[in-house]
Design a protein around this ligand. Structure first.
Ligand code: PAF
Length: 276
């Protein structure tokens, strides 16, 4: 596997490749990321994994500075997973001058995480568009844990006519149901035990809806109370239509329940698709 730090070197390395699959990450790789690389392997091309902690998508006072940077370990994992190129640019390589051109994310970004993380999706679409322009992949792989991000990126590709297939990969979970996340590393051992409550509440909502319950508001309020009573600070628990994350009507069938909540200083997100 080649470890490349500059755009120029990367373009030179990819020059002769006929088809490229991109796996964009912020590093600190866990089994969830490696599932993305495994999926990339199925697309049988040159696999490029980017490792870049993108300051633009962190809100002021967010965890940009403490976000774990583990490049050597990440490269060892990528090599074993069959990745061909790790692209790990310095900040000044991707942002050599102030990034004044910022992409406007679609409307669906103005809710859920967008309500609580101002500027976050603008930072995401801007860096993802830059990576698409630099790497020119035919396929890009993203995790479904960041469900809203995936919907935003699909809109980016549609609306800016990128000739790139977007593939979403199922969330990888701990045996108790907690979705894998680099931020799980911030949890104390007590918080780690408690963290499963988020997924447990989503599973309860999914089961109730699949059993015919239609009062989505009441189901979400119950979950918010359960989390709050246990000491969480809840950003949202919401049921949405899978496509475009619109508010669902009672007759809608393809739903998703999404949540974001703080356990101590750690913000966790999760979601489950529902076929009602
Ligand atoms: O999902 C992530 O890790 C990031 O948001 C991404 C897509 C790599 C952009 O920085």
């Amino acid at each position: 596997m080649d470890l490349i730090h500059t755009v120029g070197e990367l373009r030179k390395r990819l020059g002769g490749e006929r088809s490229i699959v991109l796996v964009p990450t912020m590093g600190n790789l866990h089994a969830g990321h490696l599932a993305l690389v495994e999926e990339a392997n199925r697309h049988g091309a040159c696999i490029v994994t980017s490792l870049f902690v993108n300051r633009l998508q962190f809100e002021p006072g967010g965890d940009f500075d403490r976000y774990p940077r583990t490049l050597a370990e990440d490269c060892a994992k990528l090599e074993r997973a069959g990745c061909h190129v790790a692209f790990a640019p310095e900040e000044r390589e991707l942002y050599p001058e102030p990034q004044e051109i910022l992409l406007q994310p679609p409307k669906l970004a103005e809710q859920l995480c967008g309500d609580f993380r101002p500027g976050h999706f603008q930072g995401v679409v801007t860096v993802v568009a830059k990576l698409f322009n630099i790497v020119a992949p035919h396929t890009a792989i993203f995790g479904r844990k960041d469900y809203q991000q995936l919907a935003v990126i699909r809109a980016l590709v549609r609306q800016l006519n990128y000739p790139i297939a977007i593939v979403g990969v199922e969330t990888v979970r701990e045996p108790d149901g907690l979705a894998l996340s680099s931020r799980n590393g911030y949890l104390s051992s007590g918080e780690r035990t408690e963290a499963v409550r988020l997924n447990r509440n989503l599973r309860r909502i999914k089961e109730k809806i699949e059993a015919g319950e239609r009062d989505f508001g009441a189901l979400c309020s119950f979950a918010i109370k359960d989390l709050t009573d246990a000491g969480w600070k809840v950003d949202y628990v919401a049921v949405r239509h899978q496509r475009g994350l619109a508010l669902p009507g009672p007759a809608d069938r393809d739903l998703v329940v999404l949540a974001a909540a703080w356990l101590g200083k750690t913000r966790l997100i999760d979601n489950l698709e529902i076929r009602a």
